[in-house]
Design a protein around this ligand. Structure first.
Ligand code: FAD
Ligand code: PYC
Length: 418
């Protein structure tokens, strides 16, 4: 009888075997000279694309090329907030599809991505903030998305540690609340999709940097990499902050700016916060991880750059905002700080699109908010690559919107100051 990889016996065996003889989570094959589809970027979006492509469509051999390690980009650097409370129908439908996929993802991948629907609050601090919140919340409900408008007293009942004093520099006047929003374990998402894609025959190739995109006339023919040329009829680029660098290799110009976005975590605390709190106005958001760390994030660093660090002044302002909202955190020590590089579009919405080069596709521009979209993004991009045509959910997010003018302005719902 074939030994089950995931039986209770194998789990018990692994527990007593001092972590030896475990099955590898995914293979590490050398790159083949040719694939039918090459996906550039082994973050959550690239891996989800590979998984849904291999599971849903008969497209032949697929490889994911990652210059570093799986999930080492923004996927492993973000603050893991998941929600679907976007203003415009196009964005709301896309993010809500993703949220619905999150709700079954651990079962789907047979991998615990620790999706925790603890609710997400978006605070308002001015009359105009509150008008925007009421409008967005109504729009959400019209789209069947759960959303409530809370008063300061409601917020205090939900988050006892928060400061709702009218004396605060930016007093809390209310919030939108999405109960189905929450957080997930970011690296588990990458590992879960990687393992599931591998089981469907996808080659995941780490330490393989794409250094050039080759084309013959208006058709893509493959990618030059640090491990040699790889021929492919279709190349799907999902490289987040480095998308415009790769577009440049293909002779394309993307309407993107790359910025650092920072986050930090504190020493572990006893449970004190079981809801996600975000404030666009004061540039801060905070949740508490299952390990007890406060996970805190900031607005983007305003300059362009590729250094995964960010500047101290942003962190200083960020921590000041969090302490004003939560004076009880003022003596908590911070353990680690880091930055990721986010690819920001003029309308704060993604590009999920064919390009003028036949067989070359881009999925990028998620900016500060793509983690929540990981499964939905992979779902629609797989459709786009397999059919050479967008899924109805991502049709509005094509490159053409920057020439037609049909922008989808989601700066207000981005939740993070751009
Ligand atoms: P990535 O995970 O960055 O994957 C792209 C991959 O491409 C990388 O692994 C990179 O190494 C690889 N790559 C690049 N160039 C090449 C090349 N030439 N060859 C081969 N591989 C290449 N979003 C939310 O929804 N909620 C949040 O709370 C949130 N918080 C954030 C906090 C921070 C600090 C940051 C930085 C981002 C945050 N985001 C959040 C945004 C979110 O992280 C991203 O939108 C999302 O993770 C993008 O996923 P990805 O798979 O496209 O990118
Ligand atoms: O998009 O919800 C979001 C987000 C939170 C922190 C960074 N991005």
């Amino acid at each position: 009888m074939k030994k089950s990889r995931y039986s209770i016996f194998s789990l018990a065996g692994n527990a007593v075997s001092a972590h030896r003889h475990w099955d590898v989570a995914w293979r590490s094959p050398p790159p083949a000279p040719e694939y039918d589809v090459v996906i550039v970027g082994g973050g959550g979006h690239g891996l989800a694309t590979a998984y849904y492509l291999a599971r849903e469509y008969d497209v032949g051999r697929i490889a994911v090329l990652e210059k570093g390690w799986i999930g080492g980009g923004n996927t492993g650097r973000n603050t893991t907030i998941v929600r679907s409370n976007y203003l415009w129908d196009e964005a709301a439908h896309l993010y809500e599809k993703s949220l619905q996929l999150w709700e079954g993802l651990s079962q789907e991948l047979n991998y615990n991505v620790m999706f925790s629907q603890r609710g997400v609050l978006n605070l308002g601090h001015t009359l105009q903030d509150m008008r925007d919140i009421v409008r967005r919340s109504s729009a959400n409900r019209l789209n069947g998305i759960d959303s409530e408008v809370l008063s300061p007293a409601d917020i205090k009942a939900l988050v006892p540690a928060i400061n709702i004093s009218a004396e605060a520099r930016y007093p809390v006047l209310g919030a939108s609340f999405q109960p189905r929003g929450g957080v997930a374990r970011h690296d588990a998402v990458a590992w879960g999709f990687a393992r599931a894609a591998d089981r469907h025959g996808v080659d995941i190739i780490e330490n393989c940097e794409v250094t050039g995109i080759r084309r013959e006339g208006d058709r893509v023919t493959g990618a030059d990499t640090s491990r040699g040329f790889i021929r492919a009829a279709k190349v799907a680029v999902v490289a987040a902050g480095h998308s415009s660098v790769i577009a440049d290799m293909a002779g394309l110009r993307m309407p993107l700016e790359s910025h650092p976005l920072q986050a930090l975590v504190s020493e572990p605390l006893k449970p004190v916060l079981d809801t996600v709190v975000m404030s666009n106005a004061v540039h801060g958001y905070v949740s508490q991880s299952d390990k007890g760390e406060l996970v805190i994030g900031a607005g983007i660093d305003a300059y362009n750059g590729y250094g995964q660090r960010g500047s101290f002044s942003i962190i200083e302002g960020n921590v000041a905002a969090i302490v004003e909202l939560f004076p009880v955190f003022s003596r908590v020590r911070m353990l680690r700080q880091w930055g990721g590089i986010v690819d920001v579009c003029p309308d704060a919405c993604p590009i999920i699109s064919k390009t003028p080069v036949k067989g070359l596709y881009f999925n990028c521009g998620w900016g500060t908010g793509g983690f929540k979209a990981t499964p939905g993004s992979g779902w629609v991009f797989a459709h786009t690559v397999a059919n050479d045509a967008p899924h109805p959910l991502n049709a509005p997010f094509a490159l053409e919107r920057f020439t037609s003018g049909a922008l989808i302005d989601e700066h207000g719902a981005a939740g993070v100051a751009h």
